[in-house]
Write a protein that binds this ligand. Structure first.
Ligand code: NAX
Ligand code: K
Length: 490
């Protein structure tokens, strides 16, 4: 896992670094590292490199990079957009290094554009002039290298301040900033390169980035010879009302693929489908509170295609009352948002509880709106985790997973998952992992990771548009099996 930092902790690392050396020397190192990255990105392309420097030290880094690139013989167009009188001492020195400097640029044919408008000092939404610059940068046909963080992205939240640069790559200093990995920032940053500038600070990270199979204890899912289906948990997927049976089909199939020992589909449809011919091992029956109480279950998924009528509400109440590890998704989350007594059942229960809202469901549960949730996704997930005493998965670009022990962001995933049904597959995958382990933190993190990494594998083969949800869980299972095989060896 990669430790993530907010602006405050990055500032404390910066302050520590300045104790060991003067701040302009650090800026020089940053500028040289940017120049090296620019050379890597442009290779033998000898067209000019456009460098846009803003009014703070982010701009100072950019101007040092301009000087460095000129030293290597590169043709550079350096543009400063700000008030010289307000520059820091370091940025003023950088300005002297970066000459010749212009105050505008042509929308030309560049090898690369370097974005040094704003870094972590962004303090307010961009005004019209800076917005226009960002718009022109984004319209260029060349790749864009952002310095520290794409201009316009809030380092603490990943939210864009009205408009933001969309970079091909971001070179970020000292440590990984959380705003590069979630919300608008996840898209705007492109590929992130962390440049430590020869300094390892002591600051405590505020969260973590899941970016590797090794970040999860997947090996615990390894199967042993002398076992049977009872060792892998019985899962009930509760939902699938008339017209929305497909949600239960997707979730139950995913749960079988990810190794749940037995899977029931408890459906509110009338009539209940007899069978899923493509996955006949799933047992379909009418969803009633009695059946839910009678089945000997290790985990439940509730809400997929469930609707919010009184029968659905009764089932949710029963499920929350049982000592059953539970994944609460979709309509069940809308019911939680509407009914305080159901929410109280969440906070009073002892069994593991995972909530999987997308931003609009999260907004309903928080009594706010989707824009407010996306303005600070980590905060929204942490607040919900505290309000519901649950492990909360806030879906979207850079899915956030929060519980009482902390939070992490999933680095994998792509917009191919932005389609109806992707959440049902995720709920099924997590349900299967919960049935096998009864560990909410593991099931949430591993489920989100495997689902997103499988989507990336599929997108690498056939692109993001029309990502095939029918094979997503199969891809996730193959990845899991390969990982375990490689870990275990011969
Ligand atoms: N000083 C150094 O040696 C180092 C500086 N670094 C760089 O310094 C950056 C942080 O520098 P700063 O604190 O100067 O911050 P920024 O460079 O992000 O800019 C802050 C300046 O912009 C102004 N500003 C903020 N929001 C604005 C808006 N919406 N419209 C117009 N003006 C706005 C502020 O008043 C301030 O003058 C980092 O992101 C990083 O790039 C790092 O590279 C580490 C080394
Ligand atoms: K920037």
């Amino acid at each position: 896992m990669i430790p993530l930092y907010n602006n405050k902790t990055i500032r404390s690392i910066e302050a520590e670094a300045f104790v060991y050396g003067d701040s302009f020397a650090v800026m020089m190192r940053a500028g040289k590292a940017i120049a090296q990255q620019a050379i890597l990105m442009t290779k033998n392309d000898n067209r000019a490199i456009l460098i846009i420097a803003g009014p703070g030290n982010n701009g100072g880094d950019a101007l040092i990079a301009a000087a460095s690139l000129r030293e290597t013989g590169r043709n550079v167009r350096a543009v400063f957009l700000g008030n010289i009188a307000c520059l820091s001492a370091d940025a003023k020195k950088a300005l002297a290094h970066g000459k010749p400097i212009f105050n505008d640029f042509a929308d030309d044919d560049y090898a690369l554009a370097i974005d040094g408008l704003f870094g972590i000092g962004l303090a307010r939404p961009l005004d019209d002039t800076y917005k226009e610059t960002v718009h022109r940068l984004n319209a260029l046909s060349c790749p864009v290298l952002s310095i520290d963080i794409p201009s316009g992205i809030n380092g603490d939240t990943g939210a864009a301040a009205g408009k933001a640069v969309y970079a091909t790559r971001t070179i970020t200093f000292f440590a990984a900033k959380l705003g590069l990995y979630t919300g608008d920032g996840a898209q705007a940053a492109g590929k992130v390169v962390v440049e430590r500038l020869n300094f390892q600070g002591n600051a405590t990270p505020c969260g973590f980035l899941l970016n590797d199979d090794d970040d999860l204890n997947l090996r615990q899912l390894q199967r042993h010879k002398n076992t049977h289906k009872g060792n892998y948990g019985t899962l009930a997927v509760i939902g699938g009302a008339t017209g929305m049976v497909g949600a239960s089909v997707l979730a139950t199939r995913a749960a079988v693929r990810l190794g749940a020992g037995k899977v029931f589909a408890l459906s509110l449809a009338n009539p209940v489908p007899l069978l899923d011919w493509s996955m006949p091992e799933v047992m379909w029956c009418t969803a009633t509170a009695d059946i839910l109480k009678t089945l000997s279950l290790q985990a439940g998924v509730i809400g997929v295609g469930m609707g919010t009528d009184s029968a659905a509400k009764r089932l949710l109440k029963t499920a929350l009352t049982l000592p059953l590890p539970l994944v609460v998704d979709a309509d069940a989350l809308n019911l939680l948002a509407q009914h305080l007594p159901l929410r109280n059942l969440c906070t009073n229960r002892k069994a593991p509880l995972i909530l999987t809202p997308h931003p609009t469901e999260a907004a309903r549960m928080l009594g706010s709106d989707t824009i407010a949730v996306n303005k600070d996704r980590v905060h929204a997930a942490k607040t919900l985790a505290a309000n519901y005493s649950a492990c909360v998965i806030l879906k979207g670009a850079g899915t956030v997973i929060a519980d009482s022990s902390g939070w992490c962001i999933c680095a994998a995933g792509n917009p191919g998952l932005a389609q109806a049904g992707a959440g049902d597959v995720l709920a099924g995958i997590i349900g299967a992992l919960l049935a096998q382990t009864q560990n909410a933190e593991f099931a949430a993190r591993a489920g989100v990771w495997l689902h997103a990494a499988a989507a990336d594998e599929q997108a690498a083969q056939s692109g993001t548009i029309g990502l095939n949800l029918n094979t997503l869980a199969e891809t996730a299972a193959r990845r899991l099996n390969l990982y375990i095989e490689n870990q275990v060896g011969d």
